[in-house]
Design a protein around this ligand. Structure first.
Ligand SMILES: Nc1nc2c(c(=O)[nH]1)N[C@H]1C(S)=C(S)[C@@H](COP(=O)(O)OP(=O)(O)OC[C@H]3O[C@@H](n4cnc5c(=O)[nH]c(N)nc54)[C@H](O)[C@@H]3O)O[C@H]1N2
Ligand SMILES: Nc1nc2c(c(=O)[nH]1)N[C@H]1C(S)=C(S)[C@@H](COP(=O)(O)OP(=O)(O)OC[C@H]3O[C@@H](n4cnc5c(=O)[nH]c(N)nc54)[C@H](O)[C@@H]3O)O[C@H]1N2
Ligand code: SF4
Ligand SMILES: [Mo]
Length: 684
């Protein structure tokens, strides 16, 4: 038996932990953390540990399959690709190319090969309609920061003296940060604040503000009121590098801590205390929820507010604050596309900021295009590395929309709620079975690194890399010359070509390239906003008809904003707090991971359970005005009363996205509200 250990990285979620994989006769048998990895430093979560069970799961899709009646018929790759090409050709001929929508999920956008090929393919085919998780996650904050700083600085907490975890629970979503924070707390080297309706484990060790969901804007504005009125702001930084401070000062006078206390259910004295700690304990770093604040009707403005708090306290571009990382240029696989995607007119800034055009349309408008032909009919869909029939708001509408397609195909590694709806399913291989470029991961860490991730094992069954599938389709559709690559290595070389680091990556034992943060970029580099300054006041937003300074907006559904609705639906629903065992809708079929969490639970405070007549462990029906689901209740004394917290990613009757509402959207980005809806619970 041949036994060896190779270094690699886990791409099962965005954090990209370094791993050591033990192979026996070419088969993965064990995965451990890699202590030498500069970012993860040996950490892995259970999903990383059980990668072999995930990769070799008997449930993997092993060959192409076509739906015939209610069953799946096995096809050869040639048959499958010929069938796909002929159906895609029919769509283009019958309705025009833009009648095809292509979806890409989080595993797609985080792996630049997967999203890059989907992007290239859509333009070559001729449709502008690439729809992605970036319509519900992350791009909103990028846009808010670009608008404010002219670039994208990242929260970089490892060197901070004060950290505010604002709607972020690394215990569920980023274990390595949880461990780092715990270590700093042990050394008494950190002032920690946690803003969360739940007293998370880390909140137990810091100052916890139990906030009414969806009211973070009121808290942030009141903190600015205190910081500015008490003279705790960084005058030198504000005077030299920003515009709009005087307007901000006048604007926040209305937002007193006493006013915010009524709204947020946090005491005025706690608001003042946190404002003072944050402004005085330096360097300070707000780590905003990776999606928590974005998925709100005022989401983009909330991200702007977080930026403004960092700006007025001068916590920008210094170690332990928000930092800029040098930009590694990778090949953009995009091709020119002049036609605008659906939603570009309705959400013009999401589509284009200062001429920088986003590759994405607005995914929440897909059901309307499919079912009502508005603004025009979409009749075909390709879903790659995404599970929108589960993960998108009002999943039932996505399901109806997919069912209405003339042709739908899915490229995935497992059967999912979405693949079940397809006419054709093509088996992709996992990142363990192909080369990949880990690059996006460094950006989201605020750590400038890239890693050439090498194939570790041979593809399972007949599965293929995503790039290969798009390439084969392109050849059959008559634009193969735009997809000339034949091997993983050719693809990687092409992606890395403009970066100039390809050779370095290949030479390095770990396939790793590591750079330094670009500290003090505001002094040393041009600020790429229209004014050449950091823009507290955004003329860009004003000119587009939005608020130039963030205002407070009640959630679209709330006991205060919509009291009539609250009579029937008296509880506040938050969804999608991350659980370490799963990535979104994935991994529930891995027995070792499922053992960690057999089923989903709706968490409620014991007093709320008593008030609404439900008991710990009992099955309940949970309803919003959009639908009902069922699951068991878990009494959770750490969650604030009046709130129900439901995990996302579970299927069927437990899918929380049967409750969400795609019409509750941020007017700037089109993001849905996943965090503050109204619901009711009933014992069943
Ligand atoms: N294990 C695991 N990790 C993941 C993922 C996964 O699926 N599984 N997904 C990855 C992805 S794509 C993303 S986007 C990130 C998500 O990461 P985040 O958005 O940072 O989500 P969480 O860290 O789960 O923290 C959400 C916290 O916000 C609180 N909360 C809910 N509503 C509100 C509110 O209105 N205001 C405030 N202040 N707090 C609120 C919840 O109680 C919870 O503790 O996680 C990433 N990491
Ligand atoms: N209610 C509610 N809903 C939410 C959220 C919430 O907080 N609340 N969070 C939202 C957020 S932030 C996000 S990012 C989305 C995530 O939404 P999705 O990206 O749709 O969710 P995933 O379950 O990660 O789906 C990824 C799919 O890709 C497949 N896959 C994995 N690797 C590969 C590969 O290499 N190639 C191919 N072709 N397929 C692969 C997986 O099997 C899986 O089916 O969910 C969102 N949905
Ligand atoms: S946190 Fe877990 S799933 Fe994410 S990259 Fe690290 S080991 Fe993999
Ligand atoms: Mo996300």
């Amino acid at each position: 038996m041949e036994r060896k250990t190779v270094v690699s990285d886990c791409m099962s979620c965005v954090w990209d932990c370094g791993i050591k994989v033990t192979l026996e006769d070419g088969k993965m048998v064990k995965v451990e953390g890699m202590p030498e990895h500069p970012v993860s430093k040996g950490y892995i979560c259970p999903r990383g540990e059980y990668l072999p069970e995930f990769v070799y799961s008997p449930d993997r899709i092993k060959y192409p399959m076509r739906k015939v009646g209610n069953t799946w018929e096995r096809l050869s790759w040639d048959e499958a690709l010929d069938y796909a090409a002929s159906e895609l050709d029919k769509i283009r001929t019958k309705y025009g190319a833009k009648a095809l929508a292509i979806f890409c999920g989080s595993m797609g956008v985080e792996n630049i090969e997967v999203a890059g090929f989907a992007q290239r393919f859509k333009s070559a085919y001729g449709t502008p309609n690439l729809l992605s998780v970036e319509n519900i996650c992350y791009r909103s904050r990028i846009l808010a920061r670009q608008m404010t700083f002219g670039r994208y600085p990242m929260d970089y907490p490892p060197d901070a003296r004060c950290i505010i975890l604002w709607g972020h629970n690394p215990g569920g979503s980023k274990g390595m940060l949880r461990d780092q924070i715990n270590e700093k707390l042990d050394q008494r080297a950190l002032d920690l604040v946690v803003v969360d309706p739940k007293r998370t484990e880390l909140a137990e060790r810091g100052l916890h503000l139990a906030i009414r969901p969806g009211t973070d804007g009121a808290l942030g504005l009141a903190m600015l009121n205190v910081i500015i009125n008490e003279g705790l702001y960084d005058k030198e930084f504000v005077d030299n590098y920003t515009i709009g401070f005087e307007e901000l000062k006048a604007h926040v006078q209305q937002y007193t801590p006493e006013w915010a206390s009524e709204i947020t259910w946090v005491s005025a004295s706690d608001i003042k205390a946190v404002a003072r700690i944050y402004a005085q304990s330096k360097p300070a770093c707000i780590v905003q929820g990776i999606n928590t604040l974005d998925q709100h009707v005022n989401g983009l403005q909330l991200s702007r507010l977080m930026s403004i708090l960092q700006i007025v306290t001068g916590n920008i571009d210094k170690p332990g604050t928000w930092v800029t990382i040098p930009f590694l240029r990778m090949t953009d696989l995009r091709l020119p596309m002049t036609e605008k995607p659906i939603g570009a007119d309705q959400y013009p800034l999401f589509y284009s900021l200062w001429g920088r055009v986003s590759p994405y349309g607005i995914a929440t408008l897909f059901p309307q295009a499919a079912l009502e032909s508005k603004p025009y009919p979409v009749r075909g869909a390709i879903v790659a590395a995404a599970n929108p029939a589960n993960s998108f708001p009002e999943a039932n509408k996505f399901i109806d929309a997919f069912k209405s397609m003339d042709f739908m195909m899915a490229i995935d590694i497992f059967m999912t709620d979405t693949t079940e709806l397809a006419d054709l399913v093509l088996p992709a291989c996992t990142f363990m079975e192909k080369d990949a470029l880990s690059y996006v991961h460094g950006v989201v860490h605020g750590e400038p690194y890239a890693m050439y991730h090498k194939k570790v094992i041979e593809p399972v069954g007949e599965s293929k890399p995503d790039w290969w599938i798009w390439t084969q389709l392109a050849q059959r559709l008559g634009f193969g010359e735009l997809f000339p690559w034949k091997t993983d290595e050719e693809v990687m070389d092409h992606l890395m070509a403009p970066s100039g680091i390809g050779e370095k990556l290949k030479e390095n034992e770990m396939g790793m390239y590591f750079d330094k943060q670009d500290y003090y970029a505001y002094k040393n580099k041009k600020i790429n906003t229209p004014s050449g300054k950091i823009e507290i006041y955004s003329k860009t937003l004003e000119d587009a008809g939005y608020d130039p300074l963030p205002k407070y907006l009640e959630p679209a559904q709330s006991p205060i904003g919509t009291p009539e609705l609250a009579k029937e639906y008296p509880l506040i629903l938050i969804s999608g707090a991350r659980r370490e065992a799963f990535t979104h809708t994935q991994m529930r079929h891995v027995p070792q991971l499922r053992a960690l969490e057999q089923e989903p639970f709706a968490e409620m405070h014991p007093a709320t359970c008593t008030k609404y007549g439900v008991r710990d462990g009992e099955r309940i029906q949970l309803s919003t005005k959009n639908g009902s689901i069922t699951m068991r209740v878990k009494e959770e004394p750490r969650l604030m009363p009046g709130v129900v917290s439901v995990p996302h990613g579970w299927s069927g009757k437990a899918n929380v996205n049967m409750l969400t509402d795609m019409d509750v959207r941020d007017p700037i980005t089109g993001y849905p509200d996943f965090k503050a809806l109204l619901c009711k619970v009933e014992a069943i």
